[in-house]
Design a protein around this ligand. Structure first.
Ligand SMILES: [Zn+2]
Length: 60
């Protein structure tokens, strides 16, 4: 069992497709958030949807 949405090793090599920034997990709703541009990529059934068209801007 793990409390990670994504395998940490996988998350480490993933980049934001918009700006190549670092991605951070967000548990609720499950998403990966770019620490650079703030786009949120949804995680559906444990699979991150790394599409700019599917991303939503965060409030930050
Ligand atoms: Zn970004």
């Amino acid at each position: 069992m793990t409390d990670h949405l994504i395998d940490p090793a996988l998350l480490e090599i993933m980049q934001c497709p918009s700006c190549t920034g670092t991605l951070v997990e967000r548990p609720d709703p499950p998403a990966l958030v770019c620490s650079e541009c703030g786009l949120q990529y949804p995680v559906r059934d444990g699979i991150p949807v790394m599409l700019i068209d599917e991303a939503t801007p965060s409030d930050q």
